[in-house]
Write a protein that binds this ligand. Structure first.
Ligand SMILES: O=P(O)(O)O[C@H]1O[C@H](CO)[C@@H](O)[C@H]1O
Ligand SMILES: O=c1cc[nH]c(=O)[nH]1
Length: 233
């Protein structure tokens, strides 16, 4: 079997998949942390790998950028490959002055400007949240690693270059810690399919101070977040 986006055969993908947006972050992670690694996907260069972390089978696959992209890959992983949990390991912009570059955000809830949940024809607004047991384990690991972390709400936006220059400030005024582009669709897809999901983010830039990390740093240096995800997978 395969899908139009994933050439893996059934059985090639572990029950838990770590998903960075960047497929090169997936490659870095697989090459640096996994043993007995096997690449299962290269369609569209959306690299996917399965290997072992301290004896535990784990898969890592890029999601691409944005809710439509993670919507496709997560739906296929959950429905075609019997995946039970997806842990997104992304980058984000900080919206708060006390959330600094390289801090970790353990995403509890996700707001959105996307229409993604309209497909479910709910009689109201869907609040997308992470799976509590994964969130609790991530907090435990963050503490063990003495990581600087924050737990809370984020905005998962469909728009990176927003025409409204104040949109980030508006979400910040509602307590959102950061802005990224996938968590809402991931959480909603998991909820709809009865699966588990968590999003971990490392702050790659600040919309408050304008500081930023490079593309290479986003690919290769967010290792504390990667290690937390590997430990709880
Ligand atoms: O670094 P990743 O995981 O791709 O996450 C963030 O980076 C991309 C934008 O630069 C978006 O996908 C956003 O969610
Ligand atoms: O500012 C940022 C950084 C990462 N991802 C986003 O969506 N926005």
């Amino acid at each position: 079997m395969s899908t139009p986006h994933n050439q893996a055969q059934k059985g090639e993908i572990a029950k838990t998949v770590l998903m960075p947006g960047d497929p090169l972050r997936a490659k870095f992670l697989a090459e640096h942390y996994l043993e007995d690694v096997h690449q299962f996907n290269a369609v569209r260069n959306m690299f996917g790998y399965t290997g072992y972390y301290h004896g535990k089978q784990v898969s890592i696959m890029g999601s691409g950028m944005g809710q439509p992209s993670i919507g496709i890959y997560s739906h296929e992983l959950f429905t075609q490959y019997d995946v039970e949990a997806i842990i997104r390991i992304g980058s984000c912009g900080s919206l708060q002055k006390d959330v600094h570059l390289r801090d970790i955000i353990i995403v509890q809830g996700s707001c959105t400007d996307s229409n993604f949940a309209h497909q479910f024809e709910l009689p109201g607004t869907y609040s997308a949240i992470s799976s509590y047991d994964l969130l609790e384990k991530a907090v435990e690991q963050a503490k063990l690693k003495n990581a600087t972390y924050h737990v809370g709400n984020v905005i998962a936006s469909d728009i990176f270059y927003h025409a409204d220059q104040d949109s980030g400030k508006k979400w910040a005024s509602m307590g959102c810690l950061g802005v990224e582009m996938e968590s809402y669709a991931l959480f909603a897809t998991a909820a709809y399919l009865g699966k588990k999901a968590l999003t971990l983010l490392t702050v790659s830039d600040s919309l408050v101070t304008q500081e930023e990390t490079t593309a290479k740093e986003r690919e290769q240096t967010f290792t504390t977040m990667m290690e937390i995800a590997l430990e709880i997978a």
